[in-house]
Design a protein around this ligand. Structure first.
Ligand code: NI
Length: 260
């Protein structure tokens, strides 16, 4: 299965900062990745090195995560590393950005059944090093249908052409890893329900959101980041919210690094 991005789709992405595809992979590939995905969340893979944590809560060991996330799931699941969806994501990125586009990592966000946790409106670039300019994209792939009820993706069309807005930790709590935007107008946001194995693709500056999961089944999403190399800015920007992070996840990563 090969994905061919049309010139119309390229134009849509350039203009709106996102694109939606009904299929980036096959049902067999979705089934294989989904089994691996459930396994590594069950194992809390990467917890001790700070790669598994609660995106929307304070991430204590004993409390149930509101929005569990695993960074670099391919490290823990060869099925994901070798998946057709990953191969096709690289192809799509090259078609949209050019042959220089390279794989920049991935993460998995699980929205448990009945979870009230939103992934609040934000721009991905707010998490990244402000010393660089980016031309990157996140390819968001649900491993079951993504619906309005279970937390499908929303975008503000054209927001990738605007500034990076101020952000803060969700609920203004520095123990929380997840960020939320402050002061952006998101009233023109549009929801995109898509089938399992479809994808949404968004630029690093596009404002996006996913809602709570009001169903009795988990909502699984695998997100791959691809892009051109970052370009160092002559004048560094300041993202002051990044200095406020005080997460348990950082502490675990540091302890693992120092052999603690
Ligand atoms: Ni995001």
């Amino acid at each position: 299965m090969e994905i061919n991005i049309t010139s119309e789709q390229r134009r849509f992405y350039r203009e709106n900062g996102y694109l939606v595809l009904d299929a980036i992979t096959t049902p067999d590939d979705v089934a294989s990745v989904r089994a691996a995905y459930d396994r590594i969340f069950e194992q809390r893979a990467g917890r001790e090195v700070g790669e598994q944590f609660d995106l929307a809560g304070t991430d204590e060991d004993e409390t149930r995560a509101a929005l569990p996330q695993i960074l670099n799931p391919s490290k823990y699941a060869p099925e994901i590393a070798e998946s057709l969806m990953k191969k096709n994501a690289i192809s799509v990125a090259k078609q949209l950005l050019g042959d220089e586009a390279a794989y920049g990592g991935e993460h998995a966000i699980l929205k448990p059944a009945g979870s009230a946790a939103e992934t609040p409106w934000h721009q991905d670039e707010a998490y990244w090093d402000p010393a660089f300019a980016y031309n990157s994209m996140s390819i968001w792939i649900p491993l079951q249908p993504a619906t309005l009820e279970n937390g499908c993706m929303w975008f503000v069309p054209g927001s990738h052409r605007g500034p990076i807005f101020e952000h803060r930790q969700i609920g203004d709590d520095p123990r929380v890893h997840g960020l939320e935007v402050i002061g952006a107008d998101v009233s023109s946001g549009v929801a995109y329900p898509i089938p399992a194995g479809g994808c949404t693709i968004h630029h690093n500056a596009t404002l996006h959101y996913t809602g709570p999961n009001r169903t009795d089944q988990p909502r699984r999403a695998l997100i791959m980041i691809l892009g051109l190399p970052g370009v160092r800015l002559p004048e560094p920007r300041d993202f002051p919210w990044q200095a406020r992070w005080q997460t348990a996840r950082q502490a675990r990563a540091k302890a693992a690094e120092t052999g603690g």
